[in-house]
Design a protein around this ligand. Structure first.
Ligand SMILES: C[S@@+](CC[C@H](N)C(=O)[O-])C[C@H]1O[C@@H](n2cnc3c(N)ncnc32)[C@H](O)[C@@H]1O
Length: 264
């Protein structure tokens, strides 16, 4: 992966999520090669009001809508919306007066999301094909930005955070669930594309992630939820020798976090 540039990485991510969209999540994240499954990182969704089983491809890592303080009438943007899992939950919260927009760079995801929306008939839900690093939306446009297990996949995270800042209205806020590290992955794991598309090896250190958010201009940055993600030992053994594995297990370094912050 080191030798791959951002566009090549995104091409691979797009391809893998295209397969996931077409197989309704049954391909288990397109990272079978790494032997890693999203079951290790996802959280139970089905109890949330607005949940639509057709939109749930089992590829999230948190419940950003739970802590996003979404109210009736809000305009909400979901980054890397997939088939619309969080979008339809947000739609339930904003009601008829609000608006929910989902952006994703994978054509098959947007196709699936639009097919889902056609079934539910929401006129205030829109799915747009586009990239987070250059959002096809005006500045100061939405009240709330949410995202679920996506920003780790974006090679240029600083640019992604800048874009979130740009599209939020003054006083608007974000609530993002994502994967971060608190320990370095070994080099050979970092260069494994299957682990990248599986949301692990594209993740950065939590402290760096939070500093990028601060640099983008956000205030009130907090991590109200943090959960350890357990990667099966047989997967880790592909990348660590037994001594390294022991050290890793003592400080286990992969977490699903939910981060919140606001545009002043
Ligand atoms: C792990 S899936 C999560 C999908 C959705 N949030 C969910 O929880 O069901 C990641 C999604 O992010 C999209 N994605 C990754 N990088 C992106 C980028 N730079 N711009 C837009 N979408 C991106 C992928 O196409 C994929 O649909």
């Amino acid at each position: 992966m080191e030798s791959k540039n951002a566009e090549e990485i995104k091409g691979i991510v797009r391809e893998q999520y295209g397969v996931i969209a077409e197989s309704q999540g049954r391909s288990c994240c397109g990272n079978k090669k790494a032997g890693f499954s999203y079951r290790e990182v996802q959280e139970e969704y089905s109890q949330l009001p607005g949940y639509q089983v057709e939109a749930d491809l089992g590829v999230g890592c948190g419940l950003p809508t739970q802590l996003a303080q979404i109210h009736h009438g809000d305009w909400v943007l979901d980054l890397g919306c997939g088939a619309g899992n969080d979008v339809f939950i947000a739609r339930h919260l904003v009601g008829d007066q609000g608006r929910v927009i989902g952006v994703d760079m994978t054509f098959q995801m947007i196709e699936k999301a639009n097919a889902n929306n056609k079934k539910f008939g929401y006129s205030n839900v829109e799915f747009i094909l586009g990239e987070i690093e250059s959002l096809p939306l005006p500045s100061t446009y939405v009240d709330i930005v949410i995202s679920n297990c996506v920003l780790n996949l974006v090679p240029n995270k600083k640019q992604a955070f800048k874009e979130i800042f740009r599209v939020l209205k003054l006083g608007g806020h974000f609530c993002v669930s994502d994967i971060v590290l608190e320990q370095d992955l070994p080099l050979n794991a970092r260069s494994e594309m299957a682990l990248y598309a599986g949301c692990i090896s594209g993740a950065i250190q939590r402290s760096l992630y939070l500093s990028y958010l601060q640099e983008a201009g956000f205030v009130g940055i907090q991590v109200p939820k943090k959960r350890k993600v357990t990667i099966p030992q047989e997967i880790l053994l592909k990348y660590f020798n037994t001594q390294e594995l022991e050290a890793w297990n003592q400080n286990n370094g992969v977490y699903s976090i939910t981060v919140i912050g606001a545009k002043p």
